[in-house]
Design a protein around this ligand. Structure first.
Ligand code: GLU
Length: 507
């Protein structure tokens, strides 16, 4: 059996959109599932759209996500070079082969002449097409004498090579996801394969390379479906076996209509790129920089278009390799949800070991110049993790353990500071001097103080919470007290009473 070989073939025109990442992921999973090879080919023949740094961005993104290619620009391999700009010498002879076989022809119209033809048609309410109806009256090697054509080429006249689409044929195509399709070839125009600047177009380079790189399955975005008839005809014209084709559904905007774009990301404040991208005015945030875990991002993406047929939502990469196949990829677009993306990250964060979470957290403390105490820090991580969606939330949630609250907002004072509050806190401070700082006995002590003085629990707990945390949120008060320790708790309570007096005076 032939080995499965798939490729991801992005053009380096900017940062890689998450739609592209999903295409890469499906290719990767398909290759691994079938014991095949995943190839990365850079399609950089359109010089006008080339963007410096985009190729490196693609490679780094795939590496960060753990779906690095087996073969390609960085990985090397037997079918290189894997950058089309390094394969330019190959394409011309293939374009000429099609001319010799009668499937393509030289055309001499300049860009300006074509613009004029389009304008004229436009005025007549029509759309100009270079096709079976018009080509015989235009300046090309089908309409002109062979001697004239040879002479023009010999004189160095600029030309393009166009594919000659047959007229009136029913073209049958098969797509793994969409099934059989038929179209009338007369609706197609004669696409340029080879340009006057000596560069191939996407169509020629793509087909030649897929053939030379022995690609067995082309898995790509739906936007390439309109090119499929031409590609199928080109394979026939060359006399090559065509690979299988699978066109993936679009990733849709959160509202459900239209393709997810970078503008949607800006509008709703979620990233549409895996890594941060910064290029003069174009700055886009990345999943990595926002704190997403690579596996969570992959898990979120894989389900945008693929349905395992079960209720399972969390998949390890190995499970995906075992279960992924193209027959469960849907035809219709999949709606992106920023909330769901966060949910996946939270699931993955909760599944991490305390050791791993603590490793990143300790690094963060070190960067902030905060003194570390592994046992205490681990306890804090364990206590706060369930509220965290991202690793950096851990810091925001537990900052109060490391830094004394400095100010308390007005609304909280209003809720907490009553006539008796200073007395409540001072009474408690008196009792805490000799207390055992262990959560359970502190809980009892707080209850006793409230009971003995006929104070409601809220009258005791709320000021203590505000004093220790700086907000009316956080884990159980006795647990906070145990972690902070006696000395720190007493300092915070004392500061709080001072601030409270000040607050009373200002009323
Ligand atoms: N270079 C094309 C792109 O940027 C590749 C399309 C294909 O996979 O055939 O998506």
């Amino acid at each position: 059996m032939t080995q499965v070989r798939v490729r991801f073939a992005p053009s380096p025109t900017g940062p890689l959109h998450i739609g592209g990442v999903r295409t890469a992921l499906y290719n990767y999973l398909f290759a691994k599932r079938h014991g095949g090879k995943f190839v990365l080919r850079i399609e950089d023949t359109d010089q006008s759209r080339y963007v410096e740094g985009a190729e490196e961005y693609i490679v780094e993104s795939l590496e960060w996500l753990g779906i690095a290619p087996d073969e390609g620009v960085n990985a090397g391999g037997d079918y290189g070079p894997y950058r089309q700009s390094e394969r330019l010498h190959l394409y011309e002879e293939y374009a000429k082969e099609l001319v010799e076989k009668g499937h393509a022809y030289y055309a001499f119209e300049t860009a300006e002449e074509l613009d004029n033809l389009r304008d004229e048609s436009g005025k007549a309410g029509e759309t100009f097409m270079y096709n079976y109806l018009t080509r015989s009256s235009l300046r090309n090697s089908l309409a002109m004498d062979k001697d004239e054509v040879d002479a023009m080429i010999a004189q160095g006249a600029p030309y393009v090579i166009r594919f000659k689409i047959p007229a009136g044929e029913s073209l049958r195509m098969h797509d793994v996801i969409r099934g059989n399709m038929v179209i009338d070839s007369s609706v197609l125009d004669d696409k340029v394969l080879y340009k006057s600047d000596g560069f191939p177009t996407y169509h020629l380079a793509n087909i030649v390379d897929d053939h030379l790189m022995a690609i067995t399955h082309v898995i790509r975005g739906e936007e390439w479906l309109p090119s499929l008839p031409l590609h199928v005809l080109m394979y026939e014209a060359f006399g090559w076996n065509a690979p299988s084709f699978a066109h993936l559904p679009l990733i849709l905007k959160p509202e459900g209509k239209g393709k997810l774009s970078k503008r949607d990301g800006d509008k709703h404040g979620f990233p549409v790129f895996p890594l941060r991208w910064e290029k003069s005015e174009d700055v886009y945030d990345g999943y990595r920089e926002q704190g997403y875990l690579p596996d969570a991002m992959l898990n979120m993406l894989v389900l945008l278009g693929w349905n395992p047929g079960t209720e399972q939502e969390i998949f390890s990469i190995d499970e995906l390799i075992q279960q992924f196949d193209l027959d469960k990829v849907s035809k219709s677009g999949a709606r992106f949800s920023a909330e769901k993306a966060k949910w996946f990250n939270q699931q993955y964060l909760q599944a991490m070991s305390v050791e791993d979470l603590h490793g990143d957290f300790a690094e963060l403390l070190r960067e902030k110049g905060i003194e570390r105490d592994a046992a205490k820090d681990k306890r804090i991580v364990e206590l706060m993790r369930e509220r965290a969606v991202f690793g950096h939330d851990l810091w925001e949630l537990s900052e109060f353990f490391y830094q004394r609250p400095e100010k308390y907002d007005e609304a909280n004072w209003k809720k907490v500071w009553k006539d008796k509050t200073a007395e409540v806190v001072q009474t408690l401070m008196g009792r805490l001097q000799s207390a055992d700082f262990e959560a359970e006995s502190l809980q009892t002590l707080l209850h006793d103080v409230a009971g003995e003085n006929s104070w409601g629990m809220g009258m005791v707990m709320m000021p203590v919470r505000l004093a220790l945390v700086g907000k009316l949120q956080g884990p159980d008060v006795p647990v906070i007290m145990e972690i902070l320790g006696k000395e720190e708790v007493l300092i915070r309570l004392e500061n709080f009473v001072k601030e409270g007096d000040q607050y009373s005076k200002n009323q």
